[in-house]
Design a protein around this ligand. Sequence first.
Ligand code: UD1
Ligand code: CA
Length: 487
Amino acid sequence: MPKPTPTSRKAATREPGEFAIAILAAGQGTRLKSQRAKVLHEIAGKPLLAHIVAAAARVVSPQNIFAVIGCQAEPVRQALAPTGINFVLQPEQRGTGHALMVAQEALQNFESVLVLSGDVPLIQPETIARVRDFHLANRAAMTILTAEPVDPTGDGRVLRKLKKGRETDEVERIVEQKALRGREAARREVNSGIYAFATKPLYKYIGKLTTNNPHHEFYLTDMAQHLCKAGEKVIAVRAQDSSEVLGVNTRLELAQLDARLRDKKARELMDAGVTIFRPDTCDIDADVQIGPDTVIEPFVQLIGNTKIGANCRIRSYSVITNSIIGDRVMLRPGCILEDSVVHDEAQLGPYSHLRPGSDIGEGAHIGNFVETKKARLGRGSKANHLAYLGDAEIGDAVNIGAGTITCNYDGVNKHQTVIDDGAFIGSDATLVAPVRVGRGAYVGAASCITDDVPADALAIGRGRQVTKEGWAAERRAKLRAARKGSE
Ligand code: UD1
Ligand code: CA
């Protein structure tokens, strides 16, 4: 994770009780046409809400963050519980204003509350801190973060007060798209859905909100005019980068923001010394870490908490999920890794499949069509072709021949195979677990090993070969004679 900026560090040291962040995340997101809550939809491999919580947690401590949840409340709570934030339930979603009404008890003892929208996920901690600072410096009752996007359609417009024909910091009201009248429609400054409030005036006047609008909802945006009428100060501050306040309302916007974040991620990695030849073809999640001089070839997916060391080469079509890869590792094309660890200088693929719990030792080789699961391979061990190694503890410098299989499952339970250092497993061996092959032992090719093999022994477990001299020639002669007889 990048280091907190000086502003956010300053923010984090403020007295608790002074400043809270509320994240409005209860809505269903009708326009996504989904069974799932909108805020759990992912961009760059993380739920929308997780991006926002991460930004908020750089400004205040998690105990000062309150997510208002409602639609699919339990899955949302579960997904975010590890962050240590608080949750407020809004059982019925009656609008953004209503969301803050139900959060009154949780928020009213803070002096100020900054409101973030659960569907505006690119917001940066620096911007949150800027809104807070502008709000506090101006002693405002409400501060609105605004933007001027190329196409403002769909968003609420912020109408500023004019003084001698020039706009001021002060705002008169916010008008939702559907309520725009006449020249208001030409206004390009939109409401980002991000605000700071002084909690006293907020909760003094929140009762003035009504549902007298096309959606029959309590609009938080109406607080601007109610506060203004009450003589309270309502101001606006423009976002420096309007793309930070882009919202997700549709699947198209979800894809656009995902692409934007991945593009940014790839740039950051390239700036840090990673070669990515066709970044537009790679999917690299937000939390992935990669060391310098590693080369990422086209069409690679790096998912979740994956960490890759320096000087590696990740060849095309590899998909790596929640895995840790050391330095100078070579992944040939088409490797699939999940919840696994690969140590320095190991070589994998093409087409190796590391399932959860695989641990590939330093300099080890895993070759084509080799599948591993809960398997540890020691230093310099090799399984180069066509093998299944599951529930296996394999030492250093072990050679696993082509086609070897650990028979780990008896239909009810899983059992362990142990292969000690320096053992040599011939091709096409089946190792029926639980079983142990001792240090330096040999297993003959095509053996079915059901009993432990002591160190330095040779075990052969296969049918004996029977050779019948001249059998084939005799057969051919018989067939020829039979054919002649029938002519
Ligand atoms: C809102 C603003 C609009 C602004 C836009 C920017 C209102 C009335 N309008 O519109 O001016 O330009 O955001 O993105 O606020 N939510 C709840 N509980 C509810 C309703 C909504 O928690 O009862 C949450 C949603 O989950 C969402 C956020 O509030 O995360 C915003 O709601 P949404 O319905 O998306 O508002 P917009 O129509 O986008
Ligand atoms: Ca929205």
